[in-house]
Write a protein that binds this ligand. Sequence first.
Ligand SMILES: [Zn+2]
Length: 319
Amino acid sequence: MRADAVPGTERQGAARVAATAGWTALALLVSALAHAAPTGLVAQGGVARWTGLAAEDCAIMGKRYPAVDAVCYYPIDLRAKPGVHEIALYDQDGKQHLGSLTVEAVEFPEVEITLPDDTYVELSEANRNRHIEERARVLALFKGKPGPAQFSLPLAQPANMPASENDFGSRRLFNGVRKSQHTGRDAPVAMGTAVKAVADGKVLLAEDQFFTGHSVFVDHGGGLVSMNFHMSELLVAAGDEIKRGQTLGKVGSSGRSTGPHLHLGMRWMGARIDPYLLLASPNLLPTVGETVVKAEAKIDAARTAEPEEVDPPGKAPAP
Ligand SMILES: [Zn+2]
């Protein structure tokens, strides 16, 4: 035992030196890669992009999906975990490029909303069951494998969109009871105004739902689904192929709503994102490889952004 212990120790010592050298080389390589891999900054509910590499596919958080006009967009759910997430871009030669995005936490405001009665606050058993069924049907819409993108950015305006409060992500109390986080934007658009498709696509679901009223979900390819809620009337049906600018329905106040308004929501690869980000120029999105200061400025600007008014504003009641 003792005789073996000495050469054994020597062997272990040699192995340790080799291992140390190996680890040092690996550490240098990792640090070189870490420095080479481009980084970006994005807020919860935001979208970052990676330009300049003729992208074919993109990947984040274990999901791979098509690029849009050779650019990768990385949609970040409003409840995504803050911190560093690895991203990938696959170029048109199939080469993988790695980078990372730092997701910043957002302090979403709290908003109190008063409803005339508690129908939408304390649900009856029938309404609860109806909601559970509808929710399952809606969540299933975001699970399919994405086809090629049928859109370019920016998307079309769904209507003339007058200024509204930035209520994306707001944590809502209905009649004093905490109920939900607002996953879209509400614009004060007059009752009966046409609600138009933001891009070509296919209607996934068009029906009257308990909370969201007359609702339309449109698949635009590339993993992007747009939603319009609380309409007074639906003018399309599930399965319809539709064109950018086509009327989907009319502004109303159906479901859990305090007055006529246009609710626009977007899910991209399942992530609930601020829909106004896709109505503005994509150059305003934080971009992988740019400075933190520039990215921060874009994130701040987006939080107060309003879509451009495309027509003179009509007389619109408050939402
Ligand atoms: Zn809304």
